[in-house]
Design a protein around this ligand. Structure first.
Ligand code: 13P
Length: 252
């Protein structure tokens, strides 16, 4: 567990301006709980509005294009989300890999574009139930992550990795603490191999997949779990900040 856990809300395709009050409530609670670093990634349409409403928490995007600008109808570049107030971008989420056929190399290209625009990265990885049942979860995740990571300077500051087993997302089934700890240790090993002992140890690794206030403390207390990437439970300030509180307690 990191000294200062990192708790990130991924709002996915949820939220209109009515959610701004929730963002303000999250921000106020984050100001009272400085032992945790809190951030939210709303849909593109709310990035600027949330950015203007909050003082303490960082705002991020859930995707960006590989190009800076151009004839790409409906797409949004990293420079655009940075201009709207985003400080980071979530890339390689399994929902984008599945729904938009994003390959590892596309994720890597997007990551390069994001770094160029000054954004920090949260790169997601995670196996399907089928892959886990075949006993191939660890080899799959390591290969996926290795192929998705860009070359990066100051990785400890600019890169966060999120392990999100697909079968745990939105299902209420979290991975067992033993499985999470084992996977995070493997990911840590890869980061040390790629970026060296010091940076590899400092890069934050988040767990995601049905994290709730009542299971967060156990998950956040595991070695090499530096925080959480939260979907459904990040849509209410009460449940999201319940997770942040549990993470702070786990870090004590
Ligand atoms: P849930 O917390 O809703 O399972 O979603 C996890 C997730 O996909 C966060 O990116």
């Amino acid at each position: 567990m990191a000294e200062r856990p990192y708790i990130v809300g991924n709002w996915k395709m949820h939220g209109t301006r009515a959610m701004l009050s929730e963002a303000r409530a999250i921000d106020r609670a984050a100001q009272r709980n400085m032992r945790v670093e809190v951030a939210v990634a709303p849909p593109f349409t709310l990035i600027h509005a949330v950015h203007r409403e909050v003082e303490q928490i960082a705002v991020g995007a859930q995707d960006c294009h590989t190009a800076t600008e151009g004839a790409h109808t409906g797409d949004i570049s990293a420079a655009m989300v940075a201009d709207a107030g985003a400080k980071f971008v979530i890339l390689g989420h399994s929902e984008r890999r599945e729904n938009h056929a994003e390959s590892n190399s596309v994720v890597r290209e997007k990551a390069e574009a994001a770094l160029e625009a000054g954004l920090n990265l949260i790169i997601c990885c995670g196996e399907s139930a089928e892959t886990r049942d075949k006993g191939k979860a660890e080899s799959f995740v390591l290969q996926q992550l290795r192929a998705s990571l860009p070359e990066i300077e100051n990785p400890a500051e600019r890169l966060t990795v999120a392990y999100e087993p697909i079968w745990a997302i939105g299902t209420g089934n979290t991975a067992t603490p033993d499985d999470v700890a084992a996977m995070h240790a493997k990911i840590r090993g890869l980061l040390v191999e790629l970026f060296g002992e010091e940076a590899g140890a400092a890069i934050r690794i988040l767990y995601g997949g049905s994290v709730k206030p009542d299971n967060a403390r156990e998950l956040m207390a595991l070695p090499d779990v530096d925080g959480a990437l939260v979907g459904g439970a990040s849509l209410s300030a009460d449940s999201f900040m319940g997770i942040a509180l549990a993470a702070a307690e786990a870090a004590d």
